[in-house]
Design a protein around this ligand. Structure first.
Ligand code: GAP
Length: 430
């Protein structure tokens, strides 16, 4: 009906417990967000969906869960201590800072066109290990989650039955002291990444790179409604880091234009070589069949969980004009990502038998699904709430239920209602 905007999504997220600004009672803190009661369920489902697609359904991908703080040398080896920089320009009039690509001539805040030169700032987050002055060891919060995968590479090879080619997957937090966190959860200072590092023989790089590029696009296309809002963007050759032969972003058409969702990166042997050099430990791989020894090459797929979840919300958001003139806001989110598979309502809350029957239905369904109970207000308001958070089905126990053992099941997308026998409910919402 009308355009979806970031403001509409942020407002829905706040209103319905999907995402809250962090530390709001203290005036907020730029670049940090919390997931609310609905959002945490969605985000967990979203991560589970990725894990199933990337790990559970593959015979040669295993997962790890690494720490946020590592030995500080890791970040010297990775190049982050020297080169993890972000560029910003300052408006000379109002002193607001912006990334050069976010300015199209004038200051977005005050309209001035007088800026300082772009300056680089290191965005690694610093911390310290230990409590005694003079003995504290400077450390960093990880700037990218993937580094722990390289640190555990040898342990995984030694402790599992995997042989190259195989992948190590991880979902975990990363921290970047972004100069200009912006666009809600698009650019934040604390966020989660889902990474796959796929280890291959050097001569198999091209084939694996192509494979993962297609697989990752397939993943997003399986979740997003607007397929034309997803595309590949190849990094220009002159902008590639020296060890990369190729890199693609999967981009989403956000309200402000095409924006990066995930990167598919040709990392070659760079990471394992760097960590071998800096640690003095040999991270090469010996083929158990042929005895051939080499440093594996890596194809990386690395996406932002929070960022792509924001894109998913933008993609799912709909406003629909109803026959009675009302506007219905509905989140047409993939059923496996929705916070609840169904909501269960007693038609009225003052009729004991109906409430009791509804509780039975809730109890039965909650064995297999995440379901939500609501007995507050009128049915119309309850539907409106569930539509806004994208609950695929609303189940109402009414007077007829007591007579014939059926309930109404209302479909989120069509708003059609059907009567279903209680014993068939689980299958009906499967
Ligand atoms: N290990 C590779 C790596 O970290 P990246 O392109 O810097 O590559 C991967 O990050 C993904 O992480 C991005 O595609 C984006 O989705 C997400 N991401 C990066 N910085 C972010 C930030 N400040 N806020 C939210 N998500 C971010």
């Amino acid at each position: 009906m009308s355009e979806v905007t970031l403001e509409k999504i942020a407002s829905l997220c706040k209103r319905r417990g999907i995402i809250f600004p962090n530390s709001e009672i203290y005036g907020g803190i730029g670049g940090f967000y919390d997931y609310g009661p609905v959002g945490v369920e969605m985000k967990n489902n979203y991560k589970k969906y990725w894990w199933k697609y990337m790990v559970d359904k593959r015979e040669n991908v295993v997962g790890i869960d690494g720490t946020i703080i590592t030995h500080p040398k890791v970040w010297e080896a990775s190049g982050h201590v020297k080169g993890f920089a972000d560029e910003a320009m300052e408006c000379k009039k109002c002193h607001a800072r912006f990334r050069p690509e976010d300015i199209d001539g004038k200051c977005p805040k005050c309209g001035s066109s007088d800026f300082t030169e772009a300056r680089k700032y290191n965005i690694l987050f610093n911390t310290e290990i230990g409590v005694i002055e003079g003995e504290k060891m400077p450390a960093y919060l990880r700037g990218e989650a993937c580094q722990t995968i390289y640190l555990d590479f040898k342990n995984v090879v030694d402790s599992t039955r995997q042989q190259i080619p195989f992948g190590i997957a991880q979902i975990g937090k990363a921290f970047r002291n972004e100069i200009t966190p912006n666009k809600f959860t698009f650019r934040t200072r604390e966020f989660e990444q889902w990474d796959l590092q796929y280890f291959v023989k050097p001569e198999d790089m091209q084939k694996s790179f192509e494979y993962w590029k297609e697989e990752r696009m397939k993943f997003y296309k399986g979740l997003f409604r607007n397929q034309e809002s997803l595309r590949f963007h190849q990094h220009p050759k002159e902008k590639l880091v020296f060890y990369a032969k190729d890199a693609y972003d999967i981009e989403y058409l956000a309200p402000w234009g095409w924006a990066e969702a995930e990167g598919i990166h040709w990392r070659g042997d760079y990471d394992l070589t760097q960590h071998s050099t800096f640690s003095g430990k040999d991270l090469s791989y010996t083929d158990p069949m042929t005895g051939e020894k080499y440093i594996p090459n890596i194809v990386e797929t690395s996406g932002g969980v929070d960022r792509t979840f924001l894109f998913l919300l933008l993609d799912a958001y709909d406003e629909e004009q109803l026959d009675n003139g009302d506007v219905r806001t509905v989140l047409r989110i993939h059923k496996d990502i929705a916070a609840y598979r169904a909501a269960v309502f007693p038609l009225v809350s003052n009729k004991e038998e109906i409430v009791k029957k509804a509780r039975e239905v809730f109890g039965m369904l909650s064995d297999d699904y995440k379901v939500l109970w609501d007995s507050r207000g009128n049915i119309g308001k309850r539907y409106r709430y569930q539509d806004e958070i994208g609950t695929p089905y609303c189940i109402t126990v009414d007077y007829d239920t007591l007579e014939n053992g059926t309930v109404t099941v209302r479909d989120r997308d069509t708003m059609k209602q059907e009567r279903v026998k209680i014993e068939d409910l689980s299958e009906a919402i499967a």
